[in-house]
Design a protein around this ligand. Sequence first.
Ligand SMILES: Nc1ncnc2c1ncn2[C@@H]1O[C@H](COP(=O)(O)OP(=O)(O)OP(=O)(O)O)[C@@H](O)[C@H]1O
Ligand SMILES: [Zn+2]
Length: 638
Amino acid sequence: MEHDSPLAHEILFEPTKYLPLFDEAAKLAQEIMYEQTKKIWENESYKEGLERPPPTIKEFVHVRIEIRGPMLDNPGKIPFFNKLSVYFMNLTVSYYAELCPSIGRVRVKHRGVLLTLKGTVIRSGSIKMIEGEREYECRKCKKRFKVHPELESRNSIPKPIFCPFQKPKFCESTSFQLLEGNKVCHDYQEIKIQESTQVLGVGAIPRSIPVILQDDLVDIVKAGDDVIVTGVLTAKWSPDLKDVRCDLEPVFVANYVRRINEIKLDIEIPDDVIQKFENFWSDFKDTPLKGRNAILRAICPQVYGLFTVKLAVTLTLIGGVQHVDGSGTKVRGESHLLLVGDPGTGKSQFLKFAAKLSKRSVITTGLGSTSAGLTVTAVKDGGEWMLEAGALVLADGGLCCIDEFDSMREHDRATIHEAMEQQTISIAKAGLVTTLSTKTIVFGATNPKGQYDPNQSLSVNTTLSGPLISRFDIVLVLLDTKNPEWDKVVSDHILDQAESEKNKCHEDLDKMWPLSTLRSYIHFVKGYFRPTLSKEAENVISRYYQLQRSIATENAARTTVRMLESLIRLAQAHARLMFRNEVTRLDAITAILCIESSMTTSAIVDSVGNALHSNFTHNPDQEYAKQEEQILKKLKIS
Ligand SMILES: Nc1ncnc2c1ncn2[C@@H]1O[C@H](COP(=O)(O)OP(=O)(O)OP(=O)(O)O)[C@@H](O)[C@H]1O
Ligand SMILES: [Zn+2]
C-alpha cells in the first residue's frame, strides 16, 4: 500500500497499537482456514486412501511490514521527490523519509513509530528462549487477561497490580491467580547492526544499534550480512553491573528483516554508459593496449607511473571466474594482492583508491579496527556471548584493504588462511557455532622488515608465512632504490610542473575515465563477461607453469598449483579489462608478466626491475609485440 494511505499512516505512527491487532486477525484467519482445510483433508484422504499429513497450524503468526522505496537508498537523507510535507502546527515535517533515518541519526523522537534501518550485522547473539505473555485470572470477576514481558526491564514479566477490566464497572480487584498451564515461550535472538561505512564521510564513526529478533525472524541473518530492518524503537536498562551506572539503551524490536547482500551489489548500469564503453573499444581496436593504458592511467591518478601496480590493482579488482574444478572443489574467482614496499611508495594511496572503486569495501589495518580483528571473534556483551564480525566478514562480496598487513594478531593469522582460500570462516566458541562467508578480495600492504634483502625470500622479508603468501595472486615489491631520473619525474609530477607534450594527448583520455565511470566499468565487466581460455592461452600458461616448476627457486612457496589458478584468474581478469569474453594469448602473457613482477627472481623476463619504477610506455602495442616474441621463444612456442 502507498505510504501516504490512511491505514499506512496509522501503522507507521502507531505500530504498537495496530500490529498486535494484525497478528490477532492473522491468527484468527489461520484458525478458520485450518478448520476448512482439515475438513477437506479428512474427506479427500479418506476417499483417496492417501496418507497425507494433516494440515498444521502455526503457534505464532505475525504480520510482517516490508518498507520499500527510494528513501531506503539514502537513509537519513530526505530526497526531494520523496519529501512528503504535511503542515502540522505550522511546522513542515518531512514525515516519511524521517522513518528511514541512518542509524547514527536515531533519536528519542523516533520512539514508538515504525522505523526502517539499513546496516550491516556486526554481532549476532546466541538463540535463546524467553517467556512470553503470562495469563492471569482475576479472583473477583473471574475474567482472564495476559501480561506481556517488558523489554525495558530485560524481558521480566511484572505482576499485575489491578484488574484491567473496567466494564460494566471498575472491578478494582488486586488479587489474581496465575494460570500455570498456559506458559508461552518465544525464540529470541539479539544482533547488532552498524551503519555502512560507505554511507559515512571519511573518518566518521559508524554507529550501531542492538536489534531484537523473535519467533520466525530468529537466525535468518548472520554476522556480515547487509540488512534492512523494519521495527519499533524502544529502550532497555543496561545490565546492573557493580559500580556501573544503569542507563537506558536504545534497542530496536524487529518486525521484519530483509537481507540485501545480493541486491546491494547488483547495480544497474545504464545502456548509454555501456554504449560509451563499446565506442571506446571500437576506437582502439587497432591499438588495444593503448586503450587499456588509458583506463590504467585513471587508477590512482595522483600517483605517477607505477604501471605494474596499477595493472595489478585493476586485475585484482576485476578478478577471475569462480568455478568448480574436476574434484568438485570450488576455486575462488577473487584475486588477492599484496604490496610490500618501503615507506612513502604510495601503498596507502592505492588502498584508499581501490576502496573507492568497490561497491562494498572495508579499510582496516592488520590489527583490525574492532575487537574482532580481521576475521571473527566471540565477545561478551551485556553478560552474554555474541559473535562479532571482523573486517573480512564485513567486506564479504567486496574488497578488504588491510594496511600494515604483517601486524595481524596470531588469532587472525590462523583463520585468515581459510578466509582467503575457502572464503569461509568457521567458528565454534562459547556455544556459538557457525560458518561465515568471506567472499572478499584481500588487498594488503606492508613494509619489509628492515631493509629489503632481494637475496632473501618474501617470507623472510615480510615475516609472513609461505602458505599465507601463496594465497596472494600477485605480490609486488616496491623498493625505494635511488634512481635520479625517476625521482625527477615524480617530483615534477607532484609539484604539478607543466606536463610534457607527449602526455598532453592522454589528458582527454583521462577525462573519459573519472572515478564513477571507472567504477561502473569494473562492475560491468565483472558481471557481464565470463571469459574462457583459448587453446593458445592454455598452451602458454601450461608451458610457463611447467617451466616455473622445473626451476627450483627459493620462492618454491609461490610455484604451487595456486600459481596456476592465479595465472588463470589474472588472464581472465585481463580479458574482462579488455572487454572480451575470450582469454587470448595476450591476456595469458600479461598474466605471466604480472606473476614475473611478483617474483623476486623472474623465470623468463630478463629484467623485471622494480615495480616502483615501472612506467607507461608511449607505444604499448609495439612494446608488447617485442615482449611476446621474447617470451614465446623462452617457452619454446613457435
Ligand atoms: N609515484 C608517486 N607519484 C606521486 N606521488 C607519490 C608517488 N609515490 C608516493 N607518492 C606520495 O607519497 C606520499 C606517501 O604515500 P603513501 O602514504 O601511500 O606511502 P606508503 O607506502 O603508504 O607509506 P607507509 O608505508 O609509510 O604507509 C603520498 O602523498 C603519495 O601521493
Ligand atoms: Zn476483575
